[in-house]
Design a binder for this molecule. Structure first.
Ligand code: NAI
Ligand code: OAA
Length: 338
């Protein structure tokens, strides 16, 4: 099911550029922040993914070395290297999926929101280029604070007149991966068959694992639910503390990011599937962005599936998340709108 789509846009300079997307049968992935702690292992996983035809590595530093290294692997994806803003256009040209782990990570004692001052501008600039060069590509944002960087990218796309809420995603897959690992371990389940939806956002109280909906169904005591929920909400901080100043989760994030990119490619190629991700959504009144299970397909989000029936405890977690999400979203929107 190959298709070619052409997008014509006017750049700020007034120059009209034409961008052709690759066919869905030969997807191009652009990885922005490719030399970093997440970028390198994620690049490795994408290079070895047989569904990726072309892998553009972009960073402001050290890209040639990472690209040379990955390009020696005998897998299909063609690797290209792009360093600095002058080479961003070439990295993005023809991309079907853009993955963004560019930006600084936390150190002990910091919240994800403490990264806003540095990372907001990075995501804004990368989104600006993506909106102009490949407005129809799926954009998977890893850069924290995700609760704010997704609204930032969305506002940039709106300013460019190309916003499609079905194509901009905050990557919350690591919360799902962790929940499934912790639940399977606690309950002695086959981790490969364990499914735990995680809704809300991607920081502290906004991370809401739905332990009442675990598959295969499992029984938890009240104490287990509270302890598991707290561990899942604080799991990023657990890694930040253990790394003691050397950054935050990189390897598990690369794994989660690769899983999410595969899900996007599956959707693009007509293999519909369900993933949790933080997108523009109206499932919770007064909150413009929210993660729930989504059906992914050729156009990105095909259906927002919602979160089904919650336990009273989960309802209380949603209520606790709402003000924090509203604050994070407003901060991102204000950064672009002023
Ligand atoms: N969504 C999630 O679940 C998770 C998100 N993260 C976030 O991912 C981000 C990256 O983390 P790490 O890879 O550990 O950081 P890192 O510092 O190891 O790597 C970041 C990379 O981004 C590059 N970079 C900086 N500015 C750039 C720009 N303007 N354009 C392109 N590249 C640029 C840097 O040169 C560096 O190679 C952080 O914001 C972190 O908080 C981390 C783990 C999980
Ligand atoms: O905790 C952090 O700063 C990185 C992150 O988002 C995670 O590991 O979930």
């Amino acid at each position: 099911m190959a298709f070619a789509s052409k997008t014509v846009f006017k750049a700020a300079s007034g120059i009209t550029r034409v961008s052709s997307r690759n066919t869905s049968s030969a997807p191009k992935v652009a990885l922005l922040g490719a030399s970093g702690g997440i970028g390198q292992p994620l690049g490795l996983l994408l290079k070895t993914n047989p569904n990726v035809a072309s892998l553009a590595l972009y960073d402001i530093a050290n890209t040639p070395g990472v690209a040379a290294d990955l390009s020696h692997i005998d897998s299909k994806a063609k690797v290209t290297s792009h360093t600095g803003p002058n080479e961003l256009h070439a990295a993005l040209e023809g991309a079907d999926v853009i993955v963004i782990p560019a930006g600084v990570p936390r150190k002990p004692g910091m919240t994800r929101d403490d990264l806003f001052n540095v990372n907001a501008g990075i995501v804004r600039d990368l989104a600006e280029a993506a909106a102009k060069i490949v407005p129809k590509a799926f954009v998977a944002i890893i850069t924290n604070p995700v609760n704010s960087t997704v609204p930032i990218a969305a506002e940039v796309y709106k300013n460019n007149g190309v916003f499609d809420p079905a194509r901009i995603f905050g990557v919350t897959t690591l919360d799902v991966v962790r929940s499934q690992a912790f639940v399977a371990e606690l309950k002695g389940l086959d981790v490969n068959k364990t499914v735990v939806p995680v809704i809300g956002g991607h920081s502290g109280v906004t991370i809401i694992p739905l332990l009442s909906q675990v598959q295969p169904s499992a029984q938890f005591s009240k104490a287990e639910i509270e302890a598991l929920t707290a561990r899942i909400q604080d799991a990023g901080t657990e890694v930040v503390k253990a790394k003691a100043g050397a950054g935050s989760a990189t390897l598990s994030m690369a794994f989660a990011g690769a899983r999410f990119v595969q899900a996007l490619i599956d959707g693009l190629q007509g293999r519909k599937n369900v993933q949790c991700s933080y997108v523009q959504s109206d499932v919770v009144k007064g909150v413009e962005y929210f993660s729930t299970p989504l059906e992914l397909g050729p156009n990105g989000v095909e259906k927002i599936l919602g979160y089904g029936k919650l336990s009273a405890y989960e309802e209380s977690l949603v209520q606790a998340a709402v003000p924090e999400l509203q604050k994070n979203i407003a901060k991102g929107v204000k950064f672009i709108k002023g």
